[in-house]
Design a protein around this ligand. Structure first.
Ligand SMILES: CC(=O)N[C@H]1[C@@H](OP(=O)(O)OP(=O)(O)OC[C@H]2O[C@@H](n3ccc(=O)[nH]c3=O)[C@H](O)[C@@H]2O)O[C@H](CO)[C@@H](O)[C@@H]1O[C@H](C)C(=O)N[C@@H](C)C(=O)N[C@H](CCC(=O)O)C(=O)O
Ligand SMILES: Nc1ncnc2c1ncn2[C@@H]1O[C@H](COP(=O)(O)OP(=O)(O)OP(=O)(O)O)[C@@H](O)[C@H]1O
Ligand SMILES: N[C@H](CCC[C@H](N)C(=O)O)C(=O)O
Length: 679
């Protein structure tokens, strides 16, 4: 500890600061860096932001009951600033060695009666500090951190959903044991495929014996909010600031009424670069995909990718789940192989280059593969061999049947050496190189093969479902439990969400009946989705194109682009939409501090012909698209999902795509629609 000329305390070591905080806060006191969230007995951390100086909010924090104040010293070398330039944490530590941190102390508001201390290099220490202060709460939780451009929200929700469904089926947390299958037909002793509810399960008799019982409920932390899916508390950021994050872990650990076992959290690239997860004991890291987004922040795709890869060298990792279909997987697996803790690597892949194994057809599909598909298959083999275990979902052409396989990565090598397979699996015609051949082999060897029909829309959601399955596996679930979990999945709010349903299709519980809604052509099918990147729009529209085709209607897309974000993605989003949709409506997303008309103009640069309509008022755009659609059409409202506000020039106006869409359906199509349930 150092004394300043005026006697103020300057604490350097986290342990000193923790002792100081414990001395001045009540046992329930939390660590908070946003004055608006300070409660009685909390410590307020006044930090320097890009836009504001937290010390200007000290008076407000004290008025709200702060019991102590910690002030970050505003030295240039210690400001946690431009994170995009590199690893702030490292830079700060290096810079603080011989810094005279009492030189530029901020002036405190007059009359502050609570203890105050000053700390240099605070930004880089916050996570570790809070972890220490709360006595390492994440160590007793299974934290699964999901990173990737798209799919984080869906994957985290499904991880938690699966955990909670298991708890619901089996009673309380202590009673859970997925070795005891919850459906009668799924008995490990039969060793024969068992059939029920559209599932065919060939049960594994060997490797999965060490299945762990669940330790508590699953919660999420991410874009949609925090808590149990269905009852989320919105917190603003996808990955919360370090103090909020550790405070949440502490809250979860302290919940003795409904114990939390698994925390499925979204690890945004920005959050990773800014060190928001520092101090967290991460059990499993999951990678979904990397495509264009956030270039305004990261500057290049390389820097953006590096931020995500960084999660896979996290020191506490016990397992990693990696999408082998994404090019970044190669680098991630390389990093994992160099990891000193040797985390268990679980790869996953949705393989739609083959038909599902319907006798006599799959091998033909394999032979008909184009060069790209062969190259993908080759890469999959190469990566799979470097994984401890692989989950593969094979689709048939119309995606009506899915075959899930789980096998050790090492078996890929064995399979390739089987006599009937040529030296190059990709060049071989059929045999173990095809789904059909490999399925037979795998079934014979490991028996972890199931046929199922996933209740999710779009191939990308199958990838997300597999990512969740990989996470369950990393937590010790056996194959039947994984299949059961996948079978139970239901849609995530604001993600491919069907918003308006004729009254007859609204259940008492307000549950959507997707199949009925898709087939009913009494009114347009309106879908709200959070797609706000070119890749996400391509994927979502591809799935909806098929549905519009089934209905005999056209596809309309209402979308805009966020202000203060990567300008370059705007025309790319337009190109992605125009390539698939019949009618393009360009509107505002969150203009933030930009001129909405300019954003719309940027978007329209990517269109080869004028948009069907441009309309800066998003509500009017939604209304027009729904009013003028034909009953068989599909209308996608993309970009905001379940966001509850629209940010225009610093003001957050209440806004809800699902609500406004439902109102338009009601007024133009006289539909009674369900209320928008909680996310
Ligand atoms: C660029 C960025 O990441 N900015 C984040 C950063 O802002 P900042 O450093 O500028 O902070 P500031 O607004 O100047 O405020 C300084 C300090 O004063 C405090 N304050 C501020 C106002 C007040 O009334 N009282 C108060 O105490 C703030 O809590 C902060 O500690 O720290 C703030 C506090 O934690 C965040 O709210 C803010 O997120 C802004 C709003 C944001 O839009 N972030 C986006 C880009 C972001 O982080 N997105 C990622 C990615 C999502 C994805 O992958 O899609 C995310 O994880 O959410
Ligand atoms: N695996 C995927 N691949 C490509 N697109 C996807 C995938 N999963 C979801 N999407 C699309 O991206 C949108 C955003 O998905 P989701 O909210 O799960 O991503 P996210 O990673 O949480 O995004 P953000 O960090 O921006 O909140 C979805 O609404 C859907 O349109
Ligand atoms: N968390 C992301 C989501 C953006 C969603 C979209 N609605 C937008 O405002 O651009 C971001 O802040 O960039």
């Amino acid at each position: 500890m150092a004394e300043s000329p005026n006697g103020l305390k300057g604490l350097v070591e986290p342990t000193e600061l923790v002792a100081w905080l414990r001395e001045h806060l009540p046992a329930t006191g939390r660590l908070v860096s946003d004055s608006r969230r300070v409660g009685k007995g909390d410590a307020f951390f006044a930090l320097h932001g890009r836009r504001q100086d937290g010390s200007t909010f000290i008076a407000q924090a004290v008025q709200q009951g702060a019991a102590a104040v910690v002030v970050a010293i505003p030295a240039q070398a210690c400001q946690a600033e431009d994170a995009a330039e590199g690893d702030v944490v490292q830079a700060e530590h290096a810079a603080c060695g011989n810094f005279d941190y009492f030189k530029n102390l901020p002036t405190l508001p007059a009359g502050i009666q609570v203890p105050v201390c000053y700390v240099p290099c605070l930004g880089s220490q916050l996570g570790a500090l809070a972890d220490e202060y709360y006595d390492h709460p994440s160590q007793v939780l299974d934290v699964v951190a999901v990173t990737g451009t798209n799919g984080k929200t869906s994957t985290t929700h499904w991880i938690a959903q699966g955990v909670n469904d298991r708890l619901a089926r089996t009673g309380d947390a202590q009673a859970v044991d997925a070795n005891t299958p919850s459906r009668p037909a799924a008995s490990a002793s039969t060793q024969r495929p068992a059939e029920f509810a559209g599932l065919v399960i060939a049960l594994d008799g060997d490797a999965d014996a060490a299945m762990q019982p669940g330790r508590g409920r699953g919660v999420v932390i991410g874009t949609n909010g925090v808590g149990t899916p269905g009852a989320l508390e919105y917190i603003g950021l996808t990955t919360p600031d370090p103090l909020t994050l550790q405070t949440l872990f502490q809250r979860f650990r302290a919940d003795t009424e409904a114990p939390v076992g698994v925390v499925a959290m979204e690890a945004s690239s920005i959050g990773l670069v800014q060190g928001r997860m520092q101090g967290t004991c991460i059990h499993t890291a999951v990678f979904t995909n990397l495509t264009r987004d956030h270039l305004d922040y990261h500057g290049s795709m390389q820097a953006y990718g590096a931020a995500k890869v960084g999660l896979f060298s996290w020191p506490t990792l016990q397992a990693a789940v990696v999408n082998l279909g994404d090019p970044l997987a190669t680098e991630i697996i390389e990093v994992l192989h160099r990891h000193t803790a040797a985390p268990r690597i679980i790869g996953y892949w949705v393989n739609n280059a083959h038909g599902a194994p319907q006798a006599g057809q799959a091998d033909a599909a394999f032979q008909a593969m184009d060069d790209d598909a062969r190259a993908r298959l080759r890469r999959f083999y190469e990566l799979a061999m470097r994984c401890d275990e692989v989950l593969e979902l094979a689709l048939d052409r119309d995606s009506s049947q899915h075959v899930l396989m789980m096998f050790p990565g090492s078996v890929v090598k064995t399979l390739l050496q089987l006599p009937e397979v040529g030296a190059d699996p990709v060049a071989s015609s059929g045999g173990a190189g095809s789904v059909h051949g490999r399925q037979q082999r795998l079934q014979a060897m490991f028996r972890n093969v199931a046929t199922l029909r996933l209740n999710v829309l779009g191939r990308f959601n199958m990838e997300n479902a597999l990512a969740a399955a990989g996470a369950w596996r990393s937590l010790g679930w056996n194959f039947p439990a994984i299949v059961e979990g996948l079978h139970q999945l239901h849609p995530v709010p604001g993600r491919m969400e069907i918003v308006g349903l004729p009254a007859a299709q609204v259940s008492d519980a307000g549950e959507a009946a997707p199949a009925a809604a898709i087939s009913s052509t009494a009114c347009p099918l309106v879908v709200v989705d959070y797609a706000h990147t070119p890749d996400a729009l391509t994927n979502v529209l591809a799935a909806l194109r098929d549905i519009a085709g089934q209905r005999g209607g056209q596809l309309c897309c209402v979308f805009g682009a966020g202000g203060n974000r990567d300008r370059g993605k705007r025309p790319e989003m337009a190109r992605a939409v125009e390539a698939v949709a019949d009618r393009v409506v360009v509107t505002s997303d969150n203009p933030r501090d930009e001129d909405p008309a300019q954003i719309i103009a940027d978007v329209c640069q990517g269109l080869s012909k004028p948009a069907w309509r441009t309309e800066a008022d998003r509500r009017v755009a939604i209304d027009a698209a729904i009013a003028q659609a034909a009953p068989a059409d599909v209308v996608l409202i993309a970009g905001k999902g379940r966001e509850t506000t629209q940010e225009i020039a610093g003001v957050f106006h209440p806004f809800s795509d699902p609500e406004f869409a439902a109102q338009a359906l009601a007024s133009h199509w006289a539909l009674k629609t369900r209320e928008v349930p909680h996310a």
